[in-house]
Design a protein around this ligand. Structure first.
Ligand SMILES: Nc1ncnc2c1ncn2[C@@H]1O[C@H](COP(=O)(O)OP(=O)(O)OP(=O)(O)O)[C@@H](O)[C@H]1O
Ligand SMILES: [Mg+2]
Length: 313
């Protein structure tokens, strides 16, 4: 594996990779995200869940400089990021995948990853025109690294396929490989399991764990598929109508009455309790029913009935 360049290598270990403080944004009269607080340490894997329209993707848009917060602040590796443009946030080591897949559809799988890695290439425009030795050396290194990333997401044998011809689940994996190409410290995944079958979701779980082991990065995961969230996340934050209604371990979240009412629903709750968490422990066992760190009740919640395994969708 090629050694990854450290982003802000001088940052002390205890500095959180991400810190959001009272972060918020309003669209017209609507507070899409309100008083959002979150801290993610190195190599931590945190879940962000909640019903449709809760404000999850908006959080990602705030953290990546797509939207400017109307309240609060956020820090990456201790640096205040308010008002920074997306490319500046990316330089600080944040990368994301999109809920609506964004790939160069008419490029090959390998080219898609190489384009994402492009900012790390150092040859001059002249070198690329005249195809100098430094150009070929850099091309070769980039190819090799892009192939490593494709192997990590299980797409090594698809490198020459056109991105648009990949099945949906594989396009999502390609998005992850592209995000890895940017030398990130914090990976934001927006519904990576959407459209995947259970086998692909299991593969995705292995990929996420493998990425953390290989790169030592932190991950913030938005996902409706509880079979993934509960098995992979160490901590989970639940938002509803832009407001955080609970924070806790998978076990605490699965038992939290407010989360069950707003999001999981009774049926899905039963399924979640039978799942295993990241350490292999059955979530519902020993019936600890630990109350999650719920915040004051600020939001009205609709009385929705959850579909099996796919809460309130
Ligand atoms: N640019 C915008 N202008 C106006 N309203 C917006 C904008 N972006 C998001 N919203 C609103 O903010 C709220 C939160 O939307 P968001 O997409 O963050 O939800 P979500 O939790 O990601 O939902 P889903 O699970 O369906 O993806 C919604 O009411 C949405 O309509
Ligand atoms: Mg969303």
């Amino acid at each position: 594996m090629t050694e990854k360049k450290a982003v802000s290598a001088e940052v002390p270990k205890e500095t959180p990779v991400l810190k959001a403080v009272h972060l918020g944004i309003s669209f017209g009269g609507l507070k899409a995200v309100d008083d959002f607080n979150m801290e993610i340490g190195r190599s931590e894997l945190v879940g962000l869940i909640g019903p449709n329209g809760a404000g999850k993707t908006t959080v990602f848009n705030l953290l990546t400089g797509v939207y400017k917060p109307t309240e609060g602040a956020f820090y990456l590796n201790g640096k205040k990021m308010n008002g920074r443009k997306t490319y500046q946030v990316v330089e600080e080591g944040i990368a994301r995948t999109f809920q609506n897949i964004r790939l160069f559809k008419k490029m090959t799988v390998l080219e898609n990853v190489k384009v994402a890695m492009n900012k790390d290439m150092h040859y001059s425009p002249l070198a690329s025109i005249f195809r100098t030795n430094s150009f070929w050396r850099e091309e070769h290194d980039t190819d090799e690294r892009a192939m490593e990333l494709l192997d990590i997401v299980g797409l090594g044998d698809k490198k020459d396929a056109m991105a648009m011809n990949l099945p949906y689940g594989q396009q999502r994996k390609l998005e992850i490989a592209r995000a890895l190409g940017t030398n990130m410290r914090l990976l934001l995944l927006d519904e990576p399991a959407a459209g995947m079958n259970p086998v692909e979701t299991d593969e995705l779980l292995d990929i996420i764990n493998n990425i953390r082991r290989t790169f030592g990065i932190s991950v913030l995961l938005i996902e409706h598929d509880m079979s993934l969230v509960m098995r992979v996340c160490e901590r989970i934050q639940v938002i509803d109508y832009g407001v955080t209604i609970a924070k806790g371990t998978p076990e605490e979240i699965a038992h939290n009455p407010r989360v069950i009412e707003a999001y999981l629903g009774k049926q899905a709750e039963k399924e979640v309790l039978n799942m295993k968490d990241a350490s292999g422990h059955v979530i519902g066992e020993e019936g600890s029913a630990a109350a999650a760190d719920a915040e004051p009740d600020k939001a009205e919640k609709p009385d929705e009935t959850a579909g099996a395994g796919t809460p309130n969708r």
